[in-house]
Design a binder for this molecule. Structure first.
Ligand SMILES: Cc1cc2nc3c(=O)[nH]c(=O)nc-3n(C[C@H](O)[C@H](O)[C@H](O)COP(=O)(O)OP(=O)(O)OC[C@H]3O[C@@H](n4cnc5c(N)ncnc54)[C@H](O)[C@@H]3O)c2cc1C
Length: 432
């Protein structure tokens, strides 16, 4: 269909003001961005695209550029969900909220906070994303020891499939039997459907939040203390380990101010516990005894307070990590040392912090720097060379690089995609 006619068809569904023709290179097929205001409009747009074989690319906050390049050679419609930002229903007794997919985590927190409620102890950086985007992409960043993985809080999803049908997965309480289709939609990155709304489990805001800081003789000891605590079923609101070099880079001013010194091999373990005060105290004390058992000691609490404040968005000039690795508890020490060794072998130094703990593991954030005091982050070809060697070492020691995913089930995913979307219109560049 000619572009002008298709533009008119889109506008008839969502209104002229909500259709934008996107700039494309000469000779490329046309592209549009549409901003539907309701699930029914999403369904109509998708139906239209299916009719003409036009690619459908859902857009949440748009923090990452949509991977439309894989749709090159075909017409595409970016379906921007930000106008769909309403709380449909809040059940304060059941602690459930039904939200449209375009509401951001921060927007939802704004509604929940005055009512003493919260989405949970998730990293503040995640809250700029839309609820639909958070559910569509499963990443280790969306987890908290206290509240689990965000996808576990998903009790139901409404989504528009490639043929324009709408499905609602929340048909009964979770205790009902049979497969849970919302699981297939979590992490599907827009390949199975456009998520239009989500029913989420929410939480009461914590009565108390306590922070504590500990020094341990080695990073191994800090990791052991963290896992000892988690095995005791401590549920911290946040837990972080810095090796000495990373602690100096991130909390240098506070180390100086508090007079806390760290030997080169040492580590800092910071913890925040939350909930009813007695529970928060109990969790903190269990962490403290695990630290003691590993040869560590409590240090100035102000270090913990500074970390907790920075966690809400770090205004300092700390460079982003060179790479991130997700590692199960049993492999963390091996990965930490393998990366250290690989960095040394290419004349660099790796420093690290460990965060995003849960029962299945944690994420190790490595920054590659020049050797010597005040090491500067590597850049350019030197960074590329060192990173390649270190990533290889991390993989070899059992780590999973950020963004990697298990591919064993790809044939099943491909079959599901083909069955639901025979024309291959749904986010064709994702999960391939
Ligand atoms: C492969 C990949 C890996 C990532 N890894 C991490 C990570 O490890 N840590 C981290 O913090 N962030 C990561 N991100 C960033 C991630 O984009 C955000 O964490 C968040 O999930 C995006 O929300 P958003 O609202 O910004 O969505 P966008 O950035 O706009 O979209 C992200 C993806 O989700 C799809 N999508 C968005 N909304 C919907 C919807 N309503 N229905 C269906 N599909 C939708 C988009 O088509 C796109 O593929 C990753 C992103 C991708 C694509």
């Amino acid at each position: 269909m000619p572009a002008e006619a298709f533009t008119r068809e889109l506008a008839a569904r969502v209104g002229d003001a909500n259709v934008q023709t996107l700039p494309v290179a000469a000779g490329d097929p046309p592209a549009w961005q549409v901003s539907p205001g309701a699930a029914a409009e999403v369904a109509e747009i998708v139906r239209l695209c299916d009719r003409d074989g036009v690619a459908v690319l859902p857009v949440g906050s748009g923090a990452r550029p949509t991977r439309w390049r894989s749709a090159v050679g075909r017409q595409r419609v970016h379906v921007a969900l930000r106008r769909m930002d309403h709380v449909v229903h809040l059940d304060e007794t059941s602690l459930l909220v039904h939200v449209q997919a375009g509401l951001t985590g921060a927007g939802l927190e704004k509604v929940l906070a005055p009512r003493g409620l919260s989405i949970g102890d998730y990293p503040a950086t995640m809250l700029g994303s839309t609820i639909g985007g958070m559910i569509a992409v499963r990443t280790p960043g969306k987890s908290s020891v206290r509240h689990g993985f965000l996808e576990d809080a998903v009790l139901g999803v409404s989504a528009v499939l490639a043929d324009g049908r709408t499905i609602h997965t929340r048909v009964a309480p979770r205790r009902s039997t049979g497969p849970d289709l919302s699981r297939a939609l979590c992490g599907s990155e827009g390949t199975l459907g456009v998520i239009t709304s989500v029913v989420l489990r929410i939480h009461r805001r914590a009565e108390s939040r306590l922070v504590a800081a500990f020094r341990l003789p080695t990073c191994d000891a800090a990791l052991a203390a963290a896992h000892l605590s988690l095995r005791e079923e401590v549920k911290p609101a946040g837990l972080r380990i810095y090796d000495a070099a990373e602690a100096r880079a991130h909390l240098g001013a506070e180390l100086q101010q508090t007079g806390v010194t760290l030997d080169d091999g040492a580590a800092l373990l910071l913890v925040a516990t939350a909930g009813p005060t007695d529970l928060a105290v109990c969790d903190r004390d269990i962490v403290a005894s695990a630290v003691l058992a590993e040869g560590g000691e409590a240090v100035d609490t102000r270090l913990g307070e500074a970390w907790w404040k920075l966690r809400g968005g770090d205004p300092r000039e700390v460079p982003p990590p060179s790479f991130q690795v997700t590692v199960t508890p049993s492999r963390q020490r091996a990965v930490y040392h393998a990366v250290g060794g690989a960095a040394r072998a290419v004349g660099a130094v790796s420093r690290a912090h460990v965060s995003r703990f849960d029962a299945d593991g944690a994420v190790l954030f490595f920054t590659l720097v020049t050797p010597g005091p005040g090491g500067r982050p590597l850049d350019g070809a030197r960074l590329e060379e060192a990173r390649a060697a270190c990533e290889e070492a991390a993989r070899g020691a059992g780590g999973w690089l950020l963004g990697s995913r298990s591919v064993q089930f790809d044939p099943y995913l491909a079959a599901l995609r083909a069955a639901l979307d025979p024309r291959g219109i749904m986010n064709p560049g994702a999960l391939v």
